[in-house]
Design a protein around this ligand. Structure first.
Ligand code: PLP
Length: 400
């Protein structure tokens, strides 16, 4: 069975060019970058090449790029590192819709006595700027707001936020794990102090990421025990991973404009087709300011798990914001923060496309989805004798 992979916000396929670039660093060039000999020295040079590729994509200095084990480590290091360094300003501002890699760390610090404000979002997932302005004071040490949301694709106004944070003397960290490589970002124009990205979200390898630390920004290193990465992130470097991430950034920079246009056209076609053919379907998120590859659609009155199961039977991979698929007892905190009704949160499906998604795959999904939705509606509603695709729901069965 052919797999139609529309779960690219979870992880992406490694690009062939990336794998080719990485392979020699598993067997041929296995030296340690810290060694004095030439064999190790050439590894050091390759790491610096990769650093340069990331810097070119973000338009920053290579010396501002620090390699980590991924988005989660970058987020943890940024948040804890700033809070430890800025002991006089203990207030943290974040949003209600952050990834757990940010949300959990902020709540952990709150338990340890730091003041935390989680700014609301509106029904479209846009940050409540009024509440943000009110929360931001001269006591706000760290603002950590994501660049784009992983569930809805909503893009946050980071350039505007950055200006406000700077005027108050605070530090801005952004989790740009979902944004980097999908839409351009220029760090020369935007006064972000710290930024997290992850290799496996942009057709690079898993287990490698970057923390951008703007020159002059103080953080307390969270990984001690070695001098690697200018002593900001100790530990022998994941050389193949770093090389792969560098190559992934090189490819992203080369193709970003063209891919953005092509992928968003495919996404729009998919979204429009699903809304036209599936009754009681609605899009979650800000349609105007959104990642080009993401659409989050709620098929009301049915369970996301059941939809995913039937999609899986025909080879379509996506993900859901309902409780069981997210691996927690709580359904999506993002959709709930947006005030999405309970029946719609449970029936939400995130389709996330990539540079490898084709028109034929979109056609296939458009053909397969309507009968899946119709079938589930017919068993999830208690409207005996009514056409389940048009009838208003009278009662909803608990779980399929
Ligand atoms: N931040 C966001 C917005 C994400 O979507 C993810 C992964 O899903 C992460 C952080 C964590 O990144 P990693 O898997 O590299 O630890």
């Amino acid at each position: 069975m052919k797999i139609i992979y529309l779960d690219n916000n979870a992880t992406t396929r490694l690009a062939d060019e990336v794998l080719q670039e990485m392979l020699p660093y598993y067997h041929e060039y296995y030296g340690n970058a810290s060694s004095m000999h030439t064999f190790g020295g050439q590894i050091h040079k390759k790491i610096d090449w990769a650093r340069g590729q990331v810097a070119r994509l973000l338009n920053c200095e290579p010396e501002e790029i620090y390699f980590t084990s991924g988005g989660t480590e970058s987020d943890n290091t940024a948040i804890r590192g700033v809070i430890e360094a800025k002991s006089e300003r203990q207030h943290i501002i974040t949003s209600r819709v952050e990834h757990p890699a940010v949300r959990t760390v902020c709540r952990h610090l709150q338990k340890k006595g730091h003041r935390l404000t989680e700014v609301n979002v509106d029904a479209s997932g846009r940050l409540d700027m009024g509440q943000f302005v009110e929360a931001l004071t001269d006591q706000s040490g760290l603002v950590t707001i994501m660049a784009a949301n992983n569930e809805t694709g909503t893009i946050f106004p980071i350039p505007q936020i950055a200006g406000m944070v700077k005027s108050r003397g605070g530090i801005l960290h952004t989790d740009a794990v979902q944004l980097v490589g999908k839409t351009p970002l220029n760090l020369q124009d935007t006064p972000i102090d710290l930024l997290s990205l992850s290799g496996h979200k942009l057709h690079g390898p898993k287990g490698v990421g970057v923390l951008f630390i703007r020159r002059g920004t103080s953080i307390v290193p969270q990984q001690l025990g070695g001098h690697q990465e200018l002593s900001k992130r100790a530990g022998t470097e994941n050389v193949p991973g770093i090389v792969g991430l560098g190559k992934a950034c090189e490819l992203a920079l080369k193709n970003i404009q063209e891919e953005e246009t092509r992928v968003s056209r495919l996404r729009d076609r998919l979204e429009k087709g699903l809304l036209e053919t599936c009754p009681d379907a609605r899009v979650n998120g800000d349609i105007e300011h959104r990642l080009p590859n993401t659409t989050n659609i709620s098929f009301e009155y049915i369970e996301g798990e059941a939809i995913l199961l039937l999609m899986n039977e025909v080879g379509i991979c996506a993900s859901s914001g309902s409780a069981c698929t997210s691996g927690s007892l709580e359904p999506s905190h993002v959709l709930r923060a947006m005030g999405v009704p309970f029946t719609a949160v449970h029936g939400s499906i995130r389709y996330s496309l990539s540079r490898y998604t084709t028109d034929q795959e979109v056609d296939f999904v458009l053909k397969e989805m309507p009968p899946i939705i119709k079938r589930l509606r017919s068993i999830s509603m208690f409207c005996a004798g009514k056409d389940a695709t048009t009838a208003a729901p009278c009662e909803i069965k608990p779980t399929l």
